[in-house]
Design a protein around this ligand. Structure first.
Ligand code: ADP
Ligand code: GN1
Ligand code: MG
Length: 363
């Protein structure tokens, strides 16, 4: 297996049931290295998720894991209160034999979660129903987090969705041009600059108090929610690394960015990439049905803007990473980040061309 670490030794540090059978790379996350671990025990198998935490990004893993512990125990309690199954409806951390929430082998940091069985995280929307259920799950999650005390959390990635800061970082990457790629992407750079006006749209509303800062998930892609294989319901929200102060508009917007694309996030053939307004309406309905009474009129009004803004920001982040030599997002081919940037820019163009209809739907 292509791990660059001794997973047998790593796994032996955790309190796992049974005997190790296999450990294989798993999922399509862009940040951590994720593996599915199968253990054999009497009467069957038990599965876990092993993750090598991306500590280039999360430089203070102790703080990151402090957040994860708090958020997962908070979710667990609420699932138990409503009579649900905490092992399927929230992430469950497995401790090391020393009782720690992660293990450091001198080079890398690792954590283990219970594998959520009988559920799937999808890479693209298969049906309106699935997308609706994912919206309900993320809406419920936002509702749940409204009871969470923000002061307990570390802001592990400061300015994560501060699009103005992202824009400044983009300009710096263009300026430095460490890989000599700026010339090749002059057109894309010009596009980002021409749309600079978008970057302050949500940030300024938060700064002026027009929309509130809340505890949010901040990475609400479809593949960060698990849909039950039997019922189709969104049962668990996963990938909690970025739970931090943020805006509902970010969470709503990121789901739209990813899920309302008629093609994959990295589709090289732009003919296939379109913004699906019908799916946007489906998600909006599901999200509003679950997010709770707490959402303000100003937030509701800004949801469509959140979609445009998050797509702009993400495209800009992909282009920045391309300019910086693909050091942030995992890439699997030449120009992978550039392909990703292209899809996002096309989606923004299409969103802007039907923006009044997006606003109308959110009224
Ligand atoms: P990244 O931060 O790299 O996106 P994630 O935490 O989202 O990492 O994990 C990557 C993928 O692994 C997810 O999209 C999902 O498919 C799968 N996954 C993660 N945690 C679990 C779990 N507890 N049970 C089942 N699948 C999981
Ligand atoms: C990353 O970890 P993952 O793959 O769920 C990224 C998001 C981006 C997304 C783009 C911590 O999400 O912010 O929107 O890729 N996560 C982090 O697909 O940077
Ligand atoms: Mg993920």
């Amino acid at each position: 297996m292509e791990t660059q670490f001794d997973y047998i030794n790593i796994l032996s540090k955790f309190s796992l049931a049974g005997e190790l059978q296999s450990c294989v790379r798993y999922g399509e996350g862009h940040i951590n290295d994720t593996f599915k671990v199968t253990m054999r025990e009497e009467g069957g198998e038990r599965r876990y998720i092993l993750q090598r935490i991306n500590h280039n990004l999360f430089q203070d893993v102790a703080k990151l894991m402090h957040n994860i512990e708090l958020v997962t125990s908070f979710c667990r309690e609420s699932v138990i209160k409503r009579g649900g199954d905490p092992l399927r409806e929230c992430l469950t951390l497995i401790r090391t034999k020393d009782g720690a929430p992660y293990y450091f082998d001198g080079t890398n940091y690792f954590r283990v979660y219970v594998f959520i069985e009988g559920a799937t995280s999808y890479q693209s929307v298969r049906s309106e129903r699935d997308f609706y259920e994912s919206a309900v799950a993320f809406g419920n999650f936002a509702n749940l987090l409204s009871g969470f005390d923000a002061s307990q959390l570390y802001e592990v990635l400061p300015d994560f969705h501060n699009t103005k800061v992202r824009y400044r970082n983009f300009l710096a990457a263009v300026e430095k041009d460490v890989c000599g790629r700026a010339k090749e992407v002059e057109r894309e750079i010009a596009w980002v600059k021409a749309h600079q006006g978008l970057s302050g749209q949500i940030v300024d509303k938060i700064a002026s108090g027009e929309i509130p800062l809340r505890v949010t998930h901040n990475d609400t892609k479809l593949n960060n929610v698990m849909l039950d294989d039997a019922t189709g319901k969104g049962i668990a929200v996963i990938d909690l690394d970025t739970v931090m102060p943020g805006s509902l508009c970010y969470d709503f917007g990121d789901s739209i960015r990813f899920g309302c694309n008629t093609a994959a996030e990295d589709e090289p053939d732009l003919e296939k990439v379109h913004f699906d307004l019908g799916l946007y309406k489906v998600y909006l309905e599901g999200y509003l049905s679950a997010v709770g009474e707490g959402i303000t009129e100003a937030e509701k009004k800004a949801l469509p803007l959140g979609a445009v803004m998050m797509t702009y920001e993400c495209g800009m982040r992909f282009l920045t990473d391309y300019l910086e030599g693909d050091t942030y997002f995992k890439t699997h081919r030449e120009r992978h980040n550039l392909d990703r940037a292209h899809t996002q820019f096309k989606l923004v163009d299409e969103m802007l061309s039907c923006f009044p209809r997006m606003e109308e739907a959110a009224r």
